[in-house]
Design a protein around this ligand. Structure first.
Ligand SMILES: CC(C)(COP(=O)(O)OP(=O)(O)OC[C@H]1O[C@@H](n2cnc3c(N)ncnc32)[C@H](O)[C@@H]1OP(=O)(O)O)[C@@H](O)C(=O)NCCC(=O)NCCS
Length: 345
């Protein structure tokens, strides 16, 4: 058996009435658990090999607690001990390899590894995850399989209660699972589980962050971070701006934004940006657009498709208000613009 394992999570799960898993909450997921931890799991649980999800009862947790203590992993040992008191099913999810997930417990483990900042977006295999998850109502009574919702609502009303529905989706907002350190979030509903918010990130009310996407550090996010998009340290997304996703229609390029960039209010990008780039407010750059490139003295250099400028640094994109042409200039004011915006972070 390989001594290098990918990830491990001890969590609390929720099932529907058929016993299918709707979600799993992992308070402290880890990657690359040391060999002693794997040996502790081997000696105290029914785990044998590969990627496995095991439901643990109180005596399993007791044995696991003792074995983890012996292995010297105090944090996970204390978690195992604490979970003995859980009235909800306790799950151990152990991934020997980072292959495509095969059940909801694995999907939730991977999404939480990202949101806990244990791994970065794009660094785990999430292929086929949506097909494994059950559409769920996220409610004041907890997660409810949407097919069972009407029945639960009737029961609640008969007790004089209303079940509040926060969302109906395959997975819910990040903040119900983890709030990473050093972030401010105007509206928690707009950050999906699986988002990666770097230390120093502020997401204002209009900002949005999808799964397997996010920021790496200090950022002011007032626009949309689509699935897969990663925003570098010190970059800002202006109010209502958009980063183009790849999930439906259009480009195949996964958009990335480098460091110290500013995507202006109501602007949008369908190409990646390098470092210190600015996109004028209101300008949407799509990959096939023809862009007039000017040098530092604003002399015309060439006309290229925007995708050829993808990922390049020190660029300023504007729509020339006199000619209507999209232009790319050398960006001279990137740093000062960003410094101002970060002053209140
Ligand atoms: C594109 C942008 C960065 C330019 O700002 P700037 O660097 O301060 O540039 P200035 O407005 O000083 O303009 C510099 C020159 O370019 C010209 N210029 C600027 N925008 C132009 C345009 N769209 N078309 C033609 N010329 C333009 C100016 O007239 C000026 O010309 P000059 O040197 O001959 O006087 C700015 O207009 C912008 O869109 N910022 C985004 C801010 C934002 O949305 N923040 C997020 C808030 S939530």
């Amino acid at each position: 058996m390989s001594s290098q394992f990918f990830a491990l999570g001890l969590g609390i799960g929720t099932q529907n009435t058929e016993g299918e898993w709707l979600e799993v909450f992992y308070s402290n997921p880890i990657i690359n658990p040391e060999k002693a931890v794997i040996d502790a799991i081997l000696e105290s649980t029914s785990y044998t090999e590969g990627n496995d999800t095991i439901v643990l009862d109180e005596s399993d947790l007791n044995r696991l607690h003792m074995s983890l203590l012996k292995a010297g992993n105090i944090e996970q040992a204390e978690l195992a001990s604490r979970l003995k008191a859980s009235t909800q099913p306790v799950i151990l999810c152990l991934l020997s390899n980072d292959v495509a997930p095969s059940n909801p417990a694995e999907v939730y483990l991977k999404l939480q590894l990202i949101s806990h900042r244990v791994i970065k977006p794009h660094s785990t295999n999430l292929t086929g995850m949506f097909g494994l998850l059950i559409n769920t109502a996220w409610t004041s009574d907890g997660p409810i399989d949407v097919r069972e919702l009407a029945d639960r609502q009737l029961s609640a009303r008969m007790e004089g209660r209303t079940i509040e529905i926060f969302s109906v989706d395959k997975f819910p907002k990040m903040a119900n699972f983890v709030v990473p350190s050093g972030v401010r979030i105007g509206n928690a509903a707009r950050i999906r589980l699986g988002a990666h918010l770097g230390e120093g990130t502020t997401v204002m009310h209009e900002g949005f962050c999808n799964f397997n996407a996010g920021t790496l550090g200090n950022s002011m996010i007032e626009g949309r971070i689509s699935a897969g998009v990663v925003i570098g340290e010190g970059s800002d997304l202006g109010a209502g701006c958009s980063t183009m996703g790849t999930l439906s229609g259009g480009g195949e390029i996964i958009i990335g934004v480098g460091e110290k960039c500013l995507v202006g209010a109501n602007a949008g990008i369908g190409i990646g940006l390098g470092d210190r780039c600015t996109v004028e407010a209101g300008l949407y750059i799509t990959a096939g657009q023809k862009v007039l490139v000017r040098d530092e003295n604003r002399n015309e250099v060439a006309t290229v498709k925007a995708r050829e400028l993808s990922g390049k640094s020190d660029l300023l994109f504007i729509r020339n208000s006199e000619t209507g042409a999209v232009e790319c200039r050398t960006n001279k004011s990137a740093v000062s613009l960003n410094e101002e915006l970060h002053a209140n972070n």
